[in-house]
Structures are given as C-alpha cells and as structure tokens.
Ligand binder design. Sequence first.
Ligand SMILES: Cc1cc2nc3c(=O)[nH]c(=O)nc-3n(C[C@H](O)[C@H](O)[C@H](O)COP(=O)(O)O)c2cc1C
Length: 202
Amino acid sequence: MNASDQPVHLVALAGSPRVRGNTDTLLAAALEGAEEAGARVERYDLRAMRIAPCVHCGGCTGGEGRCVINDDMQRLYEPLQVADRIVIASPVFFMGLTAQAKAMIDRCQPLWVRRDLGRPVSRATHERAALYLGAGGSDFAHLFDAPRTVLAAWYWTLEIFDRTELTFRAVDARGAIRDHPTALAQARQAGRALARRRLSEE
Ligand SMILES: Cc1cc2nc3c(=O)[nH]c(=O)nc-3n(C[C@H](O)[C@H](O)[C@H](O)COP(=O)(O)O)c2cc1C
C-alpha cells in the first residue's frame, strides 16, 4: 500500500471555549466536507482538555526534546506530527487567538526545538496542509492580523506550507454564523478542498 492509498488523516482543533459557538459551527461544517471527501477526521476540543501554559523551563531543549509537563497536551504531540491536514478553529479574543489555542501552540515548543535543530517534525503520509477557521465580533480591518502571525510561526514549526483560512468579521452572538448567507457552505467546501488538495500529485 502506498501513501496515496491511505485516507487523508485530518486533525481538527476546536479552540473556542463556547460550545456550538460560531467557530464550532464552522468547524463542524468543514469537517463534514472533509469526511465527504474521504478524510479520516480526529477532532480535539481544547476547552475540554487540561493544557497548562508553557513555563519556559527548558525541559524540551535537551535530549529527545519532549515536554516535561504531564497533561493532556501529551495526547496531541503525536497527532500534530502525523496529521496530513490540520484544521484549527479559534475566534478572536482581544485581537488574538483564544487562550486555549495559544496555550496549545506555546506547548509546541518541543517541536520548534526539533525543527530548529534541523530534525524532522512531520511524519505525515501525504503533503501537509492547514486551514484556519476564525470569527470575530467586530469588523475591524486588522481583526485577523495577530492570529495569522501566530499561526504562521506554528505552521512553520509543524512543517506546513500549504495554508488557507476562512474568517468572518461582525459575527458575535452564539450561532450568529448560521445567519450568514454563505459561511457554512464555504466552510464545508473548504473542508472538502482541504481533504482533496494535491492528492492527485501525492
Ligand atoms: C474574552 C473575549 C474577547 C473578545 N475579543 C474580541 C476582539 O478583540 N475583537 C472582536 O472583534 N471580537 C472579540 N470578541 C468576540 C468574539 O470574537 C465573537 O463573539 C466570536 O463570534 C466568538 O466565537 P465563538 O462563538 O466561536 O466562541 C471577544 C469575545 C470574548 C469573550
């Protein structure tokens, strides 16, 4: 069996604390699309996981570069390395990602250390690609600048260079995204496209 015979493995990270909120709803639609396109989806709800912030203890800088904090983040290192596709959903909180999403990203420091030492991080069977799903309550022009900057560093760490995003401004109340004329169809399509992307070349 070669790599292209295997289904695309998609790891999804829900970063909002709000259950069935706007980014949760976008994520659900995107994952439906990805599954329609044949992806094997594995979803993690960060709000339900115990992930402490990085304490910069230096524990990951030596040896095998493992994080010494024993919490639910340990369950994510393997999926983050083997996933062919990653979807991260997070609303804008104080112009950035949520604390849940940022704590998870900061805890990827052991992977950054590996990458910085020139050692491989990705163990994917297909080329990697990522999708960011975002929502924010205001229509501020720079609403997604900070999330994009953080995600660019995270994607570099994960060796993901094919990056897309689907973001919506002026979406505030829980479930308001459902009133958007095209958002859910766009999310479904983005999930489908992510699952299929470049498969013919792999
Ligand atoms: C703590 C907090 C901070 C927020 N900060 C911003 C912000 O800086 N800019 C903005 O446009 N909306 C902000 N919002 C609004 C959320 O981005 C908005 O309600 C979003 O739709 C929530 O998505 P969710 O339902 O997926 O959680 C904030 C909301 C909270 C609770």
